[in-house]
Design a binder for this molecule. Sequence first.
Ligand code: PRE
Length: 369
Amino acid sequence: MSEADKGAEQSNPLVGLRDRIDELDTNILQLISERARLAQEVARVKLAAGGDAVFYRPEREAQVLRAIMEKNIGPLDDEEMARLFREIMSACLALEKPVRVAYLGPEGTFTQQAALKHFGHSAVCVPMSAIDEVFREVEAGAVNYGVVPVENSSEGVVTHTLDTFMNSSLQICGEVVLRIHHHLLCGENTRQDKITRVYSHAQSLAQCRKWLDAHWPMVEKVAVSSNAEAARRVKSEWNSAAIAGDMAAELYGLTKIAEKIEDEPDNSTRFLIIGNDSVPASGTDKTSLVVAMRNKPGSLHRLLAPFHCYDIDLTRIETRPARSGVWNYVFFIDFSGHKDDPKVQYVLREVESLAAELKVLGSYPKGVL
Ligand SMILES: O=C(O)C(=O)C[C@]1(C(=O)O)C=C[C@@H](O)C=C1
């Protein structure tokens, strides 16, 4: 370094710090490129193995992200670091073969946000107008995977998703949990003192009910097909507002009148990734089942006993009326463990002997991010 440069560095410490950042960026660039070349090599090995090469490997991605979170020593927090690596992996996978994902649209919904959180921004995400359409696109092979909402922490289960599973051959191959923040939004032409109507999806209106009653008791609440549709409508109306999330606000260029208006501070929604292939164990997995029981006293107790016996942690149980008979019920059960674990296999055999019908919807890595 010349005397003049030293002088400049002393007088402006930013110069030296930025030089070091430039140096590190060059190293990071080389390392990412090297990683991408290895992913290309992985793709060649997969293709050489013959058969239907499966490029997207959810269990491997979960392991990579968990390892990163474990090794991270800050100052970036674990989630932030994992998000960066999620994008690197997403780009590497796109080099192997771009993954196509159908989600419950339209553009700007929380389901799109969940798809991007899970697959990263290099995935090609295609909006569908209904949950059944997402299933159909995956079944038909028009896309590789689908993303559908399954439950919300304050509003409960998305019954339509569970019902669609009953008649589908698809497997669950992942889950994503998204913190849901709702905002009250208006367009450029909205007269904020003249708002008489609020549009949103029925679930979002319910999730913000107390806030609306406290702050806007007189407005008409209009349920529409999605939050993104609510956002689209207010863009051209001067006396309406919408309740929607950040993606919809950005997409339609809306202004936030009030932020994070959801009644429950940790309001979150769980989404499922659906696909055609089953997923090998990642080490920390979940399994989802649908079980039809004959309607006899004590049948739920008998059904749950094997889980207790083998010390398997149930994470959710949901009851839905079966389509086949008026008084028969099916249970949707989620538990910790993978269907290939010996303990889980014992339980599945016992449940099968008790149930009128048992369908394993899939074993998949527990949501990492
Ligand atoms: O390990 C693999 O099978 C890869 O294809 C590599 C890689 C990665 O970038 O780490 C990319 C995509 C897969 O979904 C999982 C991991």
